[in-house]
Design a protein around this ligand. Structure first.
Ligand code: NAD
Length: 496
């Protein structure tokens, strides 16, 4: 059985911990490799390696750091199929979707290639007689990145390019469920010329995460995962004096007004509800259908679902398996809850016939109509291929439901009424809004992040906010002395 080691100082590293975790191929239901699970002491060694690599990288010119990013961009682009195959093998998402995930990560790499502009400071000439004030943007130091299972390449690539090009040393702790993508990325960075130790990958579970949260040398934590863990990360790392951005879970609603093109809305609901088996933080999991068009919309969605092929991600299917057997069982359990809460199961994914191994973690696309908003099917983040329909009387009731929810990651409105769309974008209390766009993930030069329980901290991922997070500003007040500046004066400096 292959064991995946940590990646430290530019080489595979075993660490001292004897603990390992199983990595599955979810389309087969079998263990494909094991991964090392670091101890607290191992994390200490990894952080020390990062701290040792930091000074030379921090002092490398912007041109040199950008040069590494340009080379990494070429490697990633040329070999993206290799990485996509790893994603499909360990996460289960279909190959075309894996390529889509990489494309969105590549965008951030390209954004980081032009980082000189975002690393600039300001300059104010002659603020007082012969005095100038200017700012420098300097790296934060050794930074920690902790990523979830559902985007094993894209989420690390939301943070690494910006943190690295800004001159930080990064310790990445990927999800132990699908850790190989992080190893691939670290090796590709090494090939691109990133000096050893500047990007270290430590594999592990809670013990490794806690060690990063508590380590005094780690100056910031970027986390993406479920809301309870995001809150925990935010509280513990903040209490330890670190900068923290902790992105959490979601329950994204799509509101379809009666004037919308119902065919396009049905296409969008199916794509955003079942892509990546619903294991996306920007998946649409609730469809708010206005009563007058709800029957038609549900029928159109069910019709499209009948054509979806579920199976092994390398066999040209539309949707793959779920990440683990336990998660598949948990998601399927919501269908029992739906039935006992009085909802209508219009399409039941439990009977799916997959194009894949019998022991894979399969659950087909599922559509549940008339879901009561008191049901756990509505209130929980299910994180699977279950689309709930809630019928509403109109715009006001739909928006009120979105606003009352605990999460605020993404939302979408489908309408041909510009006034309604404009009102929606202004008043809805959600961080990312789509207008006739079901998965409104911003491009790399804007920033990504939700509101409410979908983000703890005050900094979104990538874009300008990413650069603000991974740099600290220093203000310099300078005067080049000449004899006219002499004299003793104990008063607080005033400008004149
Ligand atoms: P998770 O919270 O279980 O795990 C995320 C990371 O935290 C992993 O690296 C894991 O090892 C670590 N972790 C897990 N339990 C921990 C604990 N008790 N203490 C310390 N560390 C712990 O999340 P997941 O299941 O890997 O990912 C799915 C979740 O991530 C969903 O809730 C999804 O909405 C969310 N997500 C959010 C975004 C976003 O941008 N808001 C993006 C992707 C995923």
């Amino acid at each position: 059985m292959t064991i995946l080691d940590h990646w430290v100082d530019g080489a595979a590293w075993t660490g001292a911990s004897a603990r390992t975790g199983d990595v599955y191929n979810p389309a087969a239901g079998t263990v494909s490799k094991t991964v090392r699970l670091a101890s607290t002491a191992d994390v200490g060694d990894v952080v020390a390696a990062s701290a040792a690599a930091l000074p030379a990288w921090r002092d490398a010119s912007i041109a040199k750091r950008q040069g590494v990013m340009f080379s990494f961009r070429e490697i990633l682009n040329a070999r993206k199929e290799e990485l996509a195959a790893i994603l499909t093998a360990e996460h289960g998402k279909v190959f075309s979707d894996a390529l889509g995930e990489i494309a969105r990560g590549l965008e951030v790499v390209e954004f980081a290639c032009g980082s000189g502009h975002l690393l600039k400071g300001d300059y104010s000439d002659n603020v007082s007689t012969d005095v100038d004030v200017y700012t420098l943007r300097q790296p934060v130091g050794v930074v920690g990145v902790i990523s979830p299972f559902n985007f094993p390449a894209m989420v690390p690539l939301w943070f690494l390019p910006i943190a690295l090009v800004a001159g930080n040393a990064v310790v990445l702790k990927p999800s132990e469920k699908d850790p190989s993508a992080a190893d691939w990325i670290a090796r590709a960075f090494a090939e691109a010329g990133l000096p050893a130790g500047v990007l270290n990958v430590v594999h592990g579970d809670k013990e490794a995460v806690d060690a990063l949260l508590d380590h005094p040398t780690v100056r910031s934590i970027s986390f993406v995962g479920s809301t309870p863990i995001a809150k925990y990360i935010y509280e513990r790392a903040s209490a330890n004096g670190k900068r923290v951005q902790a992105l959490g879970g979601a329950k994204n609603h799509m509101l379809v007004l009666p004037d919308a093109d119902l065919d396009l809305a049905a296409d969008a609901a199916v794509n955003a509800g079942f892509g990546s088996a619903g294991e996306r933080c920007m998946a649409i999991s609730v469809l708010l259908a206005v009563d007058t068009v709800a029957d038609q919309l549900v029928a159109k969605i069910a019709e499209r679902m009948a054509g979806l092929k579920v199976g092994d991600g390398m066999r040209g299917c539309d949707m793959g398996p779920l990440i683990t057997r336990e998660h598949r069982d948990k998601v399927a359990g919501y269908l029992d809850i739906a039935a006992s809460d009085g909802a209508d199961i219009v399409v039941d994914g439990r009977g799916v016939q997959p194009d894949g191994e019998a022991d894979g973690f399969w659950l087909g696309p599922t559509l549940v109509d008339k879901v009561p908003t008191t049901s756990k099917v509505y209130t929980d983040e299910i994180f699977g291929p279950v689309l709930s329909v809630v019928r509403v009387s109109g715009y006001e009731e739909g928006v009120a439901l979105i606003e009352a929810g605990p999460y605020g990651n993404g939302t979408a409105i489908f309408t041909n009424d510009g006034g309604a769309a404009r009102r929606f974008q202004r008043e809805v209390n959600v961080g990312m809004v789509g207008i006739n766009v079901p998965i409104p993930v911003p491009v790399a030069y804007h920033s990504f992040g939700g509101w409410k329980a979908s983000l703890f901290g005050d900094s979104k991922a990538y874009g300008p906010q990413g650069f603000a997070f991974f740099t600290q500003e220093k203000a310099v007040t300078a005067r080049w002395l000449d004899p006219s500046h002499g004299g003793v004066d104990l008063g607080f400096p005033r400008n004149g």
